[in-house]
Structures are given as structure tokens and as C-alpha cells.
Ligand binder design. Structure first.
Ligand code: PEP
Ligand code: MG
Length: 581
């Protein structure tokens, strides 16, 4: 083993595999020095603060425009939050007042007040609050750097194949580093819903968030960053390097090119059974464009991202425009729009939902929507209005019992009634389905299946709730696996219940795109699989190796396993046998 080899397990918040050289961006800026200023300089100091803020606003506006051109308008709204922060009148007044009363330099006062504000936010268990702290600090960095113009750092230059390693990256930094051709990011901070992760996914830049220390990695270290499998290897040995080279070769060309090639590899099993494959999407961007061009259906559109990247709750008209654009794009195939899966940790407007100690087990998904029927009805109205082309389906997240389905359907019926009265067109037969991601829903899938048009297994949440292992907590990452026999039992129960009721069932959790699980899901008779677009190409290539009749026999033996490890071993040996044939 090479000295210094480190395998860092984390969470891949943007998928893809890159191999290169680490460039460490050291955490934190140097503290702004405190400088006493004479009374005669106070007004000049205030004037430089105003100039620095104005420049920051200009920069952010330009950034928003360029993000809009590169990725798409809705994603560019991520920068609106920073623009609002930069022009916060009350905060600037406070800074000015303190410059006058304390007679200290603007940079010092500004950073001090920002530090006081973000200290609490950073510690918050609430992801939205932590994101706000990141945005405030990103703005502060710009303002202070304008104040210290003469000391601004020159633009960093990278060699080819640079993978950046840092404590935290902002959305703007991701855009900037991508422009500078950085390959990927390894970072300490940022969740899947952080602005950094959203921008990185839109730009197809792999990112792994992990708990590592600065002694694990130094400038110039070789590094393999695998956002698809949640791992980074620092100073990999030759075997790691060649294995990953092979893996990348097996995966073939870049994502967009791979998706373009999809029509050449139809997902049909050896014995001619079609396994429909769809994509999961969150935001517009180049991936959405190419999926639409190739007519790949969308099995899960996570609509809450349109809210998460904006700075206000989208109005009905904004939502209507958003969904109509999607409906139009995917007119030749189909899109499943999942209604907002929002919990108290994600609502930005104060007072909408009380903060909770444990949002994952709180008012999330359909629960919060039923608590706020006006918001739910507004979304349903916008979706129904966009449904006139007949290619939209609506899916309800986090269903845990049949009353939730009944209540949601009643509200949908009410919205239809109102639209009819207003003579607003919509598709009266729009299909309504549910996600099965709570064990209670899987256990009573028979009753639920009678009430809906389709079901989709959200195995990401189903796994965390079945095993009681937080999907975002790296410390229990070794427990969190969809290959746990109990999770697979719940998947099978749901599939069987749907088939008894004569409705289709899909899987849209991450495991849907895992070639290892594919024979099992085909054997269970899952009707379609919806996955991260990065996984579609590889999966389609696996389908043709499988005989749909033979894999039926695999199900029983895998389900009888006593541990996730045993499940994985059986599936691995099945796969090796397939690869040999
Ligand atoms: C899931 O839980 O498996 C799922 C697809 O939903 P999300 O990942 O958005 O929670
Ligand atoms: Mg889920």
C-alpha cells in the first residue's frame, strides 16, 4: 500500500467519477484586521462600504445572468438569495452606525456583524438556516474583498485534472471553478439540497461531501472522486487507479454523450421483455435538454427544488409556467411531477411551519401539504392547468396511510371542480399515484393500491425509515443500505400488492440505477425503473444480459438472506455468472 492512501466515505451530492490531482483551498479567509479611524475618515469609510456593496450587487447580477444562460433561468434564481442579502438595507444601516459609533474600518465591522449573525445559523439543525449562513458569508467575502481591493488575490489558475478540496464551496465558486475547468469537489460541508450541490449537479460536476481532516490530503495528492458511490480515495494505489480507469472505461463517454447514445441500447432483456427506464430530475439544465431530445420519460421530477433554489414561495402562475415548460418539453413521452416534498427544515417563510426537532419524522411531504391545503391546492391547480397535453402524472410523497391519500384526492377533486367552474382546461384523467417510502405504506400497500393509479418506491427514504438510519448521516452510513433484507421484503410486498390491484409500480430511489439490484427487481416484476440520469446508460447495457424468467428464481433465495452482506454476496455471484456468459 502506498503511504498516505486514504479512503474517505461521504455522501455524493453530485454524481460522476473523476480522477486527478488535489488542489486544496484552505478554509476560511484571514480575519479582517481591526483598524481605528479618525473622525475625519468616517464618511469616507462609509462611502467605500457603499461602493463595495454596489460592486457586489453588480457582480451577483452578472453571475445570475451568466448562470441563466448556461444552466437555465430557474437555477439562476439561486443567486437571488445572495442579491437580497447584499442589498439588505437594515443590515447596512447597522454597519454604518457602528462605523460611526466605534470608529473602526468598514471591513472589520462588516465581517464582525456577519460573523455574529452566521454563528447561530451555522449551528442550526435546519438545512435552510445553514444555507442562509453560507449565502451571507459568500456575500460578505465579496464585499470585504472589494473593500480590500488592493489586497485582492489574483485569480487562481489550475492545471488540467484539478479536483478541488475545501471546507465549503459556494454556488458562485462552483460556477467559477467549473469555468476554470476544475473536475470535481471534495468538501466538508453542504447537503444534497444546498445551493452548491444544485449548481454542481446542473453543471455535471461530481461532488463528495465528507468528514475529513486537512491532514488527509495535501496539494498535489492524486485523488479519485466518486460522487456516484459516495467515496473519495486520496493517494490511491495502482490497483485503485487501474480499477477506476476500467470503471470509467466501462461507463463509456461523458454523460451527455451517453444519454445521446441511449436509443442504440434499448432496455430489453435477453428474452425480449422491455424494462422501461426513466430519469429523476430536479432542475432544468443541459441534462434535462438531452433527456427530452432522446425522449426519456421522467419518472420523478422533484418539484420542491423550484422552491428551494428561489427566495420565495412560487405563485400559481410561476408554477404553471414551470410545469407547462416541462410538459411541453416532454410532450412526446411522460413526466411524473411529485408534489412538494417539504418539511419544516426546508420552508423558508417564517411561520409557515413550526420548527421541529426531527423534521425527517415530522410534517414532511404530503403531511405538510395537508396541513397547508392552500399551498397544496395552488400546486395541484398549476399542475392540472399544465396537464392539458395529457403527459403529466401527479405523485404524492411520504404517504403513510390511506386517509392521507383520501384527503389529498378530495383536494384534487375540489381543484378540478373549481377549474371546471372557471372554464379552465385541464386533463380530467390525469393519473394520480403515490410514493411508497414509509414502511407503513408498504405494509398496507393492498389498501393503498385500490385508491391510486400507480405507485413508485422511494427506496432512499424507505431504507432510512426501515433501518432507522439517517440517509444523510455519515456516521450511520454503514447501516444504511437498500440491500437490507427487510427493505427488499417491503419492496416485494409493494410490487405484489400493485400487481394484485392491476396498477403499475416503479422504483425511483437511487438503487433503481444499481446494476447489482437489477436482476432482483426484474425478477420481482417491477414495471419500470427511474434513476439518476448518470446511471441510465450503464443500466440499459445490463438489461440485455438478463433473462426475465430465470431471475424470478433468484428472488426467493435473495429474500431468504439474513443480512445485507449476504444479499450483496448472492447478487454479486449472480452478476459474475452473467458477466461470464
Ligand atoms: C426516495 O426517497 O427514494 C426518493 C426518490 O425521494 P427523495 O430522494 O427525493 O427523498
Ligand atoms: Mg423520498
Amino acid at each position: 500500500m502506498l503511504k498516505g492512501r486514504r479512503v474517505i466515505r461521504g455522501i455524493g451530492v453530485s454524481s460522476g467519477i473523476v480522477m486527478g490531482t488535489a488542489r486544496v483551498i484552505f478554509p476560511g479567509e484571514k480575519k479582517v484586521p481591526e483598524v481605528a479611524i479618525p473622525p475625519s475618515r468616517v464618511q469616507a469609510e462609509i462611502a467605500s462600504l457603499e461602493r463595495a456593496v454596489a460592486r457586489t450587487v453588480e457582480e451577483l447580477t452578472r453571475l445570475r445572468e451568466s448562470a441563466g444562460k448556461r444552466i437555465g433561468g430557474p437555477v439562476a434564481k439561486i443567486f437571488d438569495a445572495q442579491l437580497l442579502i447584499a442589498s439588505d438595507y437594515e443590515f447596512l444601516q447597522q454597519v454604518k452606525e457602528q462605523i460611526v459609533s466605534r470608529r473602526r474600518n468598514a471591513g472589520y465591522i462588516y465581517s464582525k456583524l456577519v460573523g455574529d449573525t452566521t454563528l447561530q445559523l451555522r449551528r442550526s439543525p435546519d438545512e435552510y438556516m445553514r444555507q442562509m449562513a453560507v449565502d451571507i458569508e459568500a456575500v460578505a467575502k465579496r464585499v470585504v474583498s472589494h473593500l480590500n481591493r488592493h489586497r485582492r488575490r489574483p485569480q487562481v489558475k489550475f492545471t488540467a485534472n484539478t479536483i478541488l478540496v475545501g471546507k465549503l464551496f459556494t454556488a458562485a465558486e462552483v460556477m467559477n471553478y467549473r469555468n476554470l475547468k476544475a473536475l470535481g469537489l471534495l468538501t466538508n460541508e453542504g447537503g444534497r439540497n444546498s445551493h452548491m450541490a444544485m449548481i454542481a449537479r446542473s453543471l455535471m460536476m461530481p461532488v463528495v461531501v465528507a468528514d475529513f481532516t486537512w491532514s488527509d490530503v495535501s496539494n498535489g495528492s492524486r485523488i479519485i472522486l466518486d460522487g456516484t458511490n459516495d467515496v473519495a480515495i486520496i493517494n490511491p494505489n495502482q490497483t485503485d487507479w487501474t480499477d477506476y480507469q476500467k470503471l470509467r472505461k466501462r461507463q463509456g463517454p461523458a454523460l451527455i454523450t451517453r444519454i445521446k447514445k441511449l436509443p442504440q441500447i434499448p432496455p430489453v432483456t435477453k428474452d425480449g421483455k422491455e424494462v422501461p427506464v426513466a430519469a429523476n430530475l430536479e432542475l432544468p439544465g443541459p441534462v434535462e435538454d438531452v433527456l427530452c431530445e432522446r425522449r426519456i420519460p421522467i419518472g420523478l421530477y422533484r418539484t420542491e427544488f423550484m422552491y428551494l433554489q428561489a427566495n420565495h414561495f412560487p405563485t400559481e402562475e410561476e408554477q404553471f409556467d414551470y410545469y407547462s415548460r416541462i410538459a411541453e418539453k416532454f410532450a412526446k413521452t411522460e413526466v411524473i411531477l411529485r408534489t412538494f416534498d417539504l418539511g419544516s427544515d426546508k420552508f423558508k417563510e417564517d411561520g409557515l411551519l413550526e420548527r421541529e426537532d426531527n423534521p425527517a419524522l415530522g410534517l414532511r411531504g404530503i403531511r405538510s401539504m395537508l396541513e397547508m391545503p392552500d399551498i397544496f391546492k395552488q400546486q395541484v391547480r398549476a399542475i392540472l392547468r399544465a396537464s392539458t397535453g395529457g403527459n403529466i402524472k401527479l405523485m404524492l410523497p411520504m404517504i403513510s396511510d390511506s386517509t392521507e391519500v383520501d384527503r389529498a384526492k378530495k383536494l384534487i377533486a375540489l381543484v378540478k371542480y373549481e377549474l371546471r367552474k372557471e372554464r379552465i382546461p385541464f386533463d380530467p384523467d390525469m393519473k394520480v399515484g403515490i410514493m411508497v417510502e414509509v414502511p407503513s405504506a408498504a405494509l398496507m400497500a393492498d389498501q393503498l393500491a385500490k385508491r391510486v393509479d400507480f405507485m413508485s418506491l422511494g427506496t432512499n427514504d424507505l431504507t432510512q425509515y426501515t433501518i432507522s438510519a439517517d440517509r444523510n448521516n455519515q456516521r450511520v452510513a454503514s447501516l444504511y443500505t437498500p440491500y437490507h433484507p427487510s427493505v427488499l421484503q417491503l419492496v416485494k410486498m409493494t410490487v405484489d400488492a400493485c400487481h394484485r390491484a392491476g396498477i403499475p409500480v416503479s422504483i425511483c430511489g437511487e438503487v433503481a440505477g444499481d446494476p447489482l439490484a437489477l436482476p432482483l427487481f426484474i425478477g420481482m416484476g417491477v414495471d419500470s425503473l427511474s434513476m439518476n440520469p448518470a446511471k441510465i446508460f450503464d443500466l440499459c447495457r445490463q438489461v440485455k444480459k438478463i433473462d426475465s424468467n430465470l431471475v424470478k428464481h433468484l428472488v426467493g433465495s435473495v429474500m431468504a438472506s439474513g443480512s445485507p452482506q449476504a444479499v450483496i454476496r448472492k447478487l454479486q455471484s449472480y452478476r459474475s455468472a452473467l458477466d461470464k456468459n
